[in-house]
Structure formats: structure tokens, C-alpha cells
Design a protein around this ligand. Structure first.
Ligand code: ATP
Ligand code: MG
Length: 179
């Protein structure tokens, strides 16, 4: 379902860079410090990560290209993640779904779904129950397997509910009850 990732001004990717993920398995190889982990950081960031630490930075502005010996810093970072949506697995009526996040040095930022400005909440709602989210099971990092094995019953249940696609409805129920 993941189709592509486009970066511009994000961490070490000063220039606009597009990664395509065709069917099957994609392996990213490169020397130490060449930006492999930055690609994973970009996925987490565009899906709404609010934690600089989980993005391996100190401040949120650390995601913006800070300049190099040959070029100045970027004024903003932009990441777009592109999903294929042929069977409407994502609750949006379009064959392709593009989620974009932008951040400026001023601290301002925005989210877009298919080029329309949205709230972070809308991005979360879009991906909830798909397993794609930052807290879901699609991104398995160091320590995550340990964490799943050692989780208590409640947390482990949450993992299965996300996999079964139930968590989306649970979140909606909680929201409806609050009104
Ligand atoms: P390893 O194989 O060691 O895990 P890697 O390919 O995963 O390496 P990354 O951690 O993705 O490498 O990339 C680290 C590089 O990204 C460092 O050189 C760092 O200076 C650069 N970098 C991180 N943030 C920024 C930024 N805001 N602006 C410019 N470069 C950045
Ligand atoms: Mg790495």
C-alpha cells in the first residue's frame, strides 16, 4: 500500500528526493551516516510524530536541513507519503492518498491530505486501524519486539485491536461519548 516517499529539506535530504516502493521488498543500503535512518524518521514525522527524541533530535526544528559546507540551511522541511488506495482501505474516496507535513523555522507547520490543509487529528483518523501509524506495528524498530513480548495484557490487546482494524471504531466511540 505504501507507494512512495518524497522529501525536501528534511534532515540530510536538502534537495527534493523521491523514493518509490514497488510491490515486494525494498532494501535500503548505504554507508554509515548516509541517511537510511532519516528515511524512517521522515515516515514517522509525516504521520504526525510529536516527539523530537523519537526522531533522534533535540528540537522539532532539527528535522529541517541545517546546511552543509557547500550550501545554506533550508527554511522548511516537507515530507509527503503516498499510499495506494485502490480498494478504499483508507477512508477517503481517492485511488491515491498523499499525506504531507511541512515545518518552518518559525515553528509553524501544516498537514495536508491530497493537497488540502487538514488537522493532525485528520491524519491520525485516516491511518488509525490500518497498522500504518507511528504507534502501530508497521514500523518495527530496535527494541520493539522486546516491548511487544513484555507488554501487559492491556497494551498487547491494543496491538491486536489495531491489527484487526478495531481501534478506529474504538476511538470514534470514545469521541462520541465525550460529546
Ligand atoms: P547508520 O548506518 O550509521 O545507521 P544512517 O544511514 O542510518 O547511518 P542517518 O542516521 O540516517 O544515517 O543519517 C545521519 C546523517 O544525517 C548525519 O550525517 C547527520 O549529520 C545528518 N543529519 C541529521 N539531521 C540533519 C539536518 N537537520 N540537516 C542536515 N543533516 C542532518
Ligand atoms: Mg541508521
Amino acid at each position: 500500500m505504501l507507494k512512495a516517499l518524497e522529501l525536501a529539506g528534511f534532515k540530510s535530504f536538502a534537495d527534493k528526493t523521491r523514493f518509490d516502493f514497488p510491490d515486494g521488498i525494498t532494501v535500503v543500503v548505504g554507508p554509515n551516516g548516509s541517511g537510511k535512518s532519516n528515511i524512517v524518521d521522515a515516515m514517522k514525522w509525516v504521520l504526525g510524530s510529536q516527539s523530537a527524541k523519537s526522531l533522534r533530535g533535540k528540537d522539532m526544528s532539527d528535522v529541517i536541513f541545517k546546511g552543509s559546507q557547500t550550501r545554506g540551511p533550508a527554511g522548511s522541511a516537507e515530507v509527503t507519503i503516498v499510499f495506494d488506495n485502490p480498494d478504499g482501505a483508507l477512508p477517503i474516496d481517492a485511488p491515491e492518498v498523499r499525506v504531507t507535513r511541512r515545518a518552518y523555522r518559525s515553528g509553524e507547520g501544516e498537514y495536508l491530505i491530497n493537497n488540502q490543509p487538514v488537522r493532525l487529528k485528520d491524519v491520525k483518523n485516516l491511518i488509525r486501524g490500518t497498522g500504518i501509524g507511528i504507534d502501530a506495528y508497521s514500523l518495527i524498530e530496535q527494541g520493539k519486539v522486546d516491548k511487544m513480548l513484555n507488554a501487559n495484557a492491556k497494551d498487547r490487546r491494543a496491538i491486536f485491536e489495531e491489527a484487526a482494524g478495531i481501534s478506529r471504531f474504538k476511538a470514534k466511540k470514545v469521541e462520541a461519548e465525550r460529546r
